[in-house]
Design a protein around this ligand. Structure first.
Ligand code: SF4
Ligand code: SF4
Length: 386
């Protein structure tokens, strides 16, 4: 296994479990289970023991490995600078070993099979992939300045589709030269990669980079921070020659250029930093700038914000595999209660996965009267007077 020679270096001090001020447990799995085996250090010791044959594989072992949300809090907080930047990658490499040996949990197996057979996790037909865009004014990419890449959740999930449509309408309103791929769009493979299926990921990365090169794509706008992450950081290994932007970065540019002029919206909002935009890619500013550009909107921060943000629990493939699980003590339930504590009436998100995770948690917690989940593009669109 890659990194096998460094897993023993963790000495289980536990700093990685916390926020930077040590006030809260910030590893979502440790916070839920409060058992060392579900902490980053515990995982390191379990992997080491498994590789040394001191521990046998079991379904429980696989669940512990696959419950990790790859949120990168441990990467941020681990004090061992000889290996801290690799922590998530070590957990992904251990999953890769399990994939190779056919030892993955059933929901992981099903997710990967669906991507292989249908090209998306929903087993939906490819021809339905662009249906969300009907009536938006968006057309097929044809020598446009930007490709708007929507991803599987934005294309097929009802909540994701609303977000995809709101952003599409905004891009058209701003007069941007932009097109979509519709039924020709393929899965970006971020979740495939973090679930450890490196062969399938390579295939997807090559397909997408080849397709984008053939079409002459120079700039990609990603709806999802997950696709943004994988295209920006990993596609260059497969020859990608385009720039990838998260949509909040594009909206902020359009607002600065006065191509979008947000209108009055008298609401109190708190913002949740998605792990794949924040900790993984260091973008904390653009989403806040967009929100602050809406006159009347008051932005209040949750106790845990920016690099201390608490994961929604949907990362690392858990959005689809549900190994970390929902319920009252789930990361999403903890987070929506934290949002309510700020007095905000809106929890603003910048990721379709977070939107869905939080909406479900609000229902479970019975908080529908106190908190609404709104995507940043939806808020900007709502503010525009027409
Ligand atoms: S991963 Fe790093 S911070 Fe966490 S227990 Fe191991 S050495 Fe300590
Ligand atoms: S990546 Fe996140 S969920 Fe996984 S072990 Fe690290 S802190 Fe916990």
């Amino acid at each position: 296994m890659q990194y096998a020679d460094i897993v023993h270096r963790c000495f289980r001090c536990g700093y990685c479990n916390f926020t930077s001020d040590f006030q809260d447990f910030n590893c979502p799995t440790y916070n839920k289970y409060r058992m060392l085996s579900y902490s980053p250090g515990g995982r390191m010791w379990l992997i080491n023991a498994w590789l040394n044959k001191e521990l046998q594989w079991s379904e429980h072992f696989a669940d512990i490995m696959y419950s990790c949300a790859t949120c990168n809090n441990c990467v941020e907080e681990c004090v061992q600078n000889k290996f801290n930047s690799y922590l998530s990658e070590i957990f992904i490499a251990a999953r890769g070993e399990m994939v190779e040996q056919g030892l993955v949990p059933p929901t992981v197996r099903d997710y990967l099979k669906n991507i292989q057979l249908s090209g998306n996790p929903y087993r939906a037909p490819a021809e339905d992939r662009g249906k969300w865009s009907e009536g938006s004014g968006l057309t097929r990419f044809q020598n446009d300045e930007y490709l708007y890449y929507v991803g599987c959740v934005g294309s097929y999930d009802e909540r994701g589709q609303k977000m995809a449509l709101a952003l599409g309408k905004l891009l058209i309103k701003a007069g941007l030269s932009v097109g979509i791929l519709g039924s020709d769009e393929k899965c970006d493979g971020n979740e495939v990669r973090v679930l450890g299926e490196s062969m399938l990921f390579e295939e997807l990365a090559r397909q997408n980079t080849d397709q984008f090169a053939q079409l002459g794509v120079k700039k990609v706008i990603s709806l999802s921070p997950h696709a943004f992450n994988v295209m920006k950081k990993y596609y260059p290994d497969y020859g990608a020659g385009f720039d990838t932007l998260h949509y909040t970065q594009v909206l902020w540019e359009l607002i600065k250029l006065k191509k979008l002029n947000p209108g009055q919206l008298e609401i109190r909002v708190t913002y949740h930093d998605p792990c794949y935009l924040g900790r993984h890619n260091g973008e904390y500013r653009a989403p806040r700038k967009v929100l602050q550009s809406i006159p009347g909107l008051s932005l209040v921060e949750m106790r845990r914000n920016r690099k201390d943000s608490f994961c929604c629990g949907g990362g690392g493939g858990n959005f689809f595999t549900d190994i970390l699980g929902s319920g009252p003590d789930s990361p999403a339930a903890v987070r929506v209660k934290e949002a309510v504590a700020t007095g905000a009436e809106v929890l603003a998100v910048a990721c379709p996965n977070c939107a869905k995770m939080f909406e479900d948690a609000i229902k479970v917690e019975g908080l529908e009267d106190r908190l609404q989940v709104r995507d940043i593009a939806e808020l900007v669109l709502e503010s525009l007077k027409d």
